[in-house]
Design a protein around this ligand. Structure first.
Ligand SMILES: Cc1cc2nc3c(=O)[nH]c(=O)nc-3n(C[C@H](O)[C@H](O)[C@H](O)COP(=O)(O)OP(=O)(O)OC[C@H]3O[C@@H](n4cnc5c(N)ncnc54)[C@H](O)[C@@H]3O)c2cc1C
Length: 534
């Protein structure tokens, strides 16, 4: 594979081209009436990193790298802030050494070296964190442990439908190994291409399923994690009531308790039957109501995404006045026509409109590009979803300030929260960029509430993006907390969300978490500053 870009989403060969920049300049002119010259992206020759402060121990040197490109690439995740800093070659605190263990034994060796020498160790999967989860803290020495060479599906149990998978498996490689056996994990976060099983588990990632199995949690059967104090492995069980679950502490531990090396994951037969519909509503309130009624009918569609009018215009080609509710069902065993018709009927009762001919039902024989979910507004939305991270690369360097933020809230508080978040975003965009655009969709929907996901964008000054972004992010996060939401539904806490997370979690729980960390990581070397202060 071509090597990763040190600043952009994706590989270096997919960094924006001159044509992409020309198209972006035109889009900026159309949207903001401003003429901005295309930026010049950085190259490896522009990197001038601090020299590594430590040398790899002889026992690990064979699988370590210390070159500037590797260290720059591993300095940040891929949030807006990360891409701006990377683009400007601002790498004041890069990791000193990048370790690429190829076996669990090598993970143990590198962790032992770090623990014995008091070196900070940062577990790193795909590096797609948007919460500064892989960014080195201030420390005398930092080793980033990149797990992507542990990428194998080791074993498949097709009786119980579970697979033992190494933590460094990236999304596409993981699915490619399951496919010949007729199975799939079906965990497709938008970052699927460059995120790993271990990262998904460590961050409680939210994936493909908009209802029911929303987080990776639901697919974890057991986990194996290497800690400085020994191996933590749970028993494979379909369920258990034996006290607090050890997996529950590992899932969402964000690299502070140990390095996840493998997990038994619940897998499933590949879906053969699909059905989808894009139901149009006059307002977001109507589309939200449709989503609520379908979620509460417990039909568990795989897709149930409300797009507000701005989002439906930007990502599904609607006219900007109407909202869209995308409904999708899939199954390996049974046709889904009855389910989609039932869900559409509930959406119509809530005020939605769709022609009968736009309800798409595909059975096993029709699995081409024309299948359900790949046409019309639903298909447009799907393509935008996949391409959006690449398109955002081209905004960097123009002074555009753009980011997404996500939360969850119960239904009865959702309208008030939406008003508060939009007002905070609009006001902060006005102060920092003279105005901007805000849109919202639901990424996941529960019977008791939605997980709203906001996208904001404004045109600030080149060089002033980070300041503007910080002000907007602060205002929106404060509004989320004041409205009673969670600071993150699936993007994790990392370092970015700490101030709000600290206010959200109960104090005795923080103390308990600190005690757990002390017992498995007595020197506090693992990812300090994430989730808690050791
Ligand atoms: C464009 C884009 C789209 C995204 N879309 C989604 C989405 O749809 N859903 C979603 O949930 N998130 C999304 N994210 C956020 C991010 O992709 C997730 O948090 C993802 O789970 C991180 O996986 P990773 O392998 O890249 O982990 P990394 O970014 O490498 O690490 C994230 C955290 O997990 C820890 N970690 C990683 N691997 C291990 C391991 N093996 N053992 C212990 N700790 C480990 C790290 O120390 C760090 O704290 C998106 C991010 C981007 C940039």
């Amino acid at each position: 594979m071509t090597r990763r870009s040190f600043w952009a989403w994706g590989t270096a060969d997919r960094e924006p081209s001159p044509a992409d920049y020309a198209a972006m300049a035109e889009r900026i002119y159309r949207r903001y009436g401003a003429t901005r010259p295309p930026p010049t992206p950085p190259t490896d020759a522009d990197l001038n990193l601090r020299k590594p402060r430590i040398r790899p121990h002889p026992l690990v040197a064979e699988f370590c790298a210390t070159d500037d490109h590797d260290r720059a690439t591993h300095s940040y995740g891929r949030s807006f802030r990360d891409r701006i800093r990377g683009f400007n070659c601002q790498f004041p605190n890069p990791p000193d050494v990048i370790a690429y263990p190829r076996t669990e034994a090598e993970v143990v060796t590198v962790l032992d070296w770090c623990a014995n020498s008091n070196i900070v160790a940062i577990p790193y999967g795909g590096g797609s964190s948007v919460a500064a989860g892989v960014e080195p803290p201030a420390a005398d020495a930092v080793v980033t442990i990149d797990l992507t060479r542990l990428g194998q599906v080791i074993e498949i149990d097709d009786t119980s439908r579970a697979a033992r998978i190494q933590a460094g498996a990236l999304g596409p490689g993981l699915e490619a190994q399951l496919r010949p056996h007729g199975f799939t994990l079906r965990h497709f976060p938008q970052s699927f291409e460059f995120s790993t099983l271990g990262g998904w588990i460590a961050t409680r990632s939210g994936g493909h399923y908009a209802t029911n199995h929303t987080h990776i949690d639901d697919f974890v059967e057991s986990v194996r994690m290497v800690t400085p104090s020994g191996v933590w492995e749970s028993r494979r069980l379909p369920g258990s009531g034996a006290g607090p679950s050890p997996d529950r502490l590992v899932i969402g531990s964000e690299g502070i308790l140990g390095i996840i090396t493998e997990a038994w994951m619940r897998i499933q037969a590949r879906p053969r039957f699909r059905a989808s519909a894009g139901v149009v509503f006059d307002s977001m309130a109507g589309a939200s109501e449709g989503a609520r009624r379908i979620a509460q009918a417990k039909m568990w569609p795989a897709n149930l995404r409300m797009l507000d009018p701005a989002e439906a215009e930007d990502f599904a080609g609607l006219d900007g006045t109407r909202a869209l509710l995308i409904i999708g069902f899939e199954a390996a065993e049974l046709p889904q026509g009855d389910n989609i018709r039932q869900a559409v009927s509930i959406a119509r009762d809530a005020g939605g409109v769709i022609d009968e001919g736009q309800i798409l039902v595909a059975d096993a024989a029709e699995r081409s590009e024309s299948s359900a979910g790949r046409q019309g507004a639903v298909g447009s939305w799907r393509n935008s979803f996949i391409n959006a991270p690449y398109e955002r690369n081209a905004t960097i360097g123009f002074g555009v300030v753009a980011e997404t933020l996500e939360t969850a809230i119960t239904w009865e508080r959702w309208p008030a929260m939406d008003a508060m978040v939009r007002s905070a975003l609009a006001e902060a965009l006005r102060r920092t960029c003279g105005g901007g655009r805000v849109s919202c969709r639901f990424t996941h929907v529960y019977p008791d509430g939605p997980a709203p996901y906001y996208t904001f964008e404004g045109l600030g000054q080149v060089g002033g993006e980070l300041e503007a972004h910080a002000e907007i992010k602060q205002a929106a996060s404060d509004a989320v907390m004041a409205a009673g939401g969670t600071i993150t539904h699936h993007h994790a806490v990392g370092r970015t969300h700490r101030p709000w997370y600290d206010g959200q979690r109960p104090d005795p729980f923080a103390e308990a978490l600190r005690a757990v960390k002390r017992s498995v990581d007595p020197n506090g070397i693992l990812n300090p500053g994430v989730l808690i202060d050791p």
